[in-house]
Design a protein around this ligand. Structure first.
Ligand SMILES: CC/C=C\C/C=C\C/C=C\C/C=C\C=C\C(=O)SCCNC(=O)CCNC(=O)[C@H](O)C(C)(C)COP(=O)(O)OP(=O)(O)OC[C@H]1O[C@@H](n2cnc3c(N)ncnc32)[C@H](O)[C@@H]1OP(=O)(O)O
Ligand code: NDP
Length: 299
């Protein structure tokens, strides 16, 4: 952490009023671990009945039991590989039996690893883009069609990343797929408002989770450099994403659709600004540089 992080301590308590999601059903892909688990916990604390879905049923079940026992609200675990549209259809059928169709859908499941692009096999490319882009599309289309048929409105949220906008080397399948997810959600925000559906996007900056850090910085060698470029001087916390996700999915945000919200401690603009490296210039160096600039005559 950098010194300035003391100005920006994370508030990790649940932000919305108790009961904000009473009588609501939330469906969260990848809800067993990391940010998905944090969002499930927050929504459950706010009264939602949650359904979490991913490949590893044992992980989902353990998370579901832990959260349910803390909040008193039911969390259902449903096995689902989002790459398989038939598995997604079965998962949604199971959810309809358990809870009925959801009010809140969070497409959070993802796969990623750092790799020079020249080392990627076709299957490596397919693996990431299938989880991130096709998986999000299969879940969104399956639920969207059933919600439309039932004339039920819903809030859809996709978790992308700050480099969905800029692109990034070494995570090219992820960058390409996340950009596709953003196009999908912005497009459907325009098309499906007429059915009562909102579509929004959160782009998190770096937040320590086992899933992300083990695949993106396996040796830990890059963490310090990453934190040094974050103006708020620290990594994000899962609870910060969870509070934002709860707000975006709540009745306090019914006028929000098609929004892309970056929550990254300022990392994106810090990396983008051409002159931001001048942060390293000391006051004495500024005196000298200013004098040089002022003494310049003509062009
Ligand atoms: C400078 C940076 C500094 C610090 C970074 C630190 C922090 C993060 C900061 C920002 C984060 C921003 C964005 C984050 C986005 C995320 O999505 S993070 C979430 C990550 N979570 C996961 O990935 C969880 C799920 N992942 C998985 O299950 C696997 O990792 C998977 C490979 C994606 C899928 O598993 P599956 O079992 O289906 O696949 P495999 O059969 O194992 O592999 C499929 C093909 O891919 C090839 N492969 C696998 N791993 C690699 C690798 N490391 N390099 C190259 N290729 C790989 C594998 O060989 C298969 O291909 P084939 O051999 O041709 O068949
Ligand atoms: N942590 C960070 O710094 C950042 C994270 N993000 C995004 O946040 C989200 C959560 O990531 P994070 O919590 O860090 O990482 P995790 O690895 O903990 O989360 C990924 C989840 O996706 C699930 N998943 C992977 N493949 C599939 C599949 N084929 N079908 C269903 N579920 C699948 C995993 O469960 P299982 O293995 O059981 O299938 C896991 O629960 C992702 O969208 C990621 O891109 C974005 C920017 C920064």
């Amino acid at each position: 952490q950098l010194v300035q992080s003391t100005f920006f301590p994370p508030a990790e308590g649940v932000m919305l009023p108790t009961g904000s999601f009473s009588n609501r059903v939330a469906f969260i892909t990848g809800g067993g671990t990391g940010l998905g688990r944090a969002m499930t916990s927050t929504l459950s604390q706010l009264g939602a009945q949650c359904v979490i879905a991913s490949r590893k049923l044992d992980v989902l079940q353990q998370t579901a039991e832990e959260i349910s026992s803390q909040t008193g609200n039911k969390v259902h675990a449903v096995e689902c590989d989002v790459r398989d549209p038939q598995a997604v259809a079965r998962c949604v059928e199971r959810m309809e039996t358990l809870t009925g169709l959801p009010d809140v859908i969070i497409n959070n499941a993802a796969g990623n690893f750092v790799c020079p692009s020249e080392r990627l096999s076709p299957n490596a490319w397919r693996s990431i883009t299938d989880i991130v882009l096709n998986g999000t599309a299969f879940v969104t289309l399956e639920l969207g069609k059933r919600l439309i048929q039932s004339r039920k409105g819903a809030s859809f949220l996709a978790i992308t990343t700050i480099y969905a906008e800029s692109g990034s080397g070494f995570v090219v399948p992820s960058a390409s797929a996340k950009a596709g997810v953003e196009a999908l959600y912005k497009s459907l925000a325009a098309e499906w408002g007429r059915y009562g559906h909102r579509f929004n996007i959160i782009q998190p900056g770096p937040i320590r989770t086992k899933g992300a850090f083990s695949r993106l910085d396996p040796t830990g060698a890059f963490e310090k450099a990453m934190i040094s470029r974050i103006p708020t001087g620290r990594l994000g916390k899962p609870a910060e994403i969870a509070n934002l996700a709860a707000f975006v999915s709540s009745d306090y945000a019914t006028w929000m659709s098609g929004a892309v919200i970056r929550l990254d401690g300022g990392e994106y603009v810090s990396m983008a600004g051409e002159f931001n490296e001048l942060r390293r210039v000391t006051p004495d160096q500024w005196k000298m540089m200013e004098a040089m600039i002022r003494n310049t005559r003509g062009s």
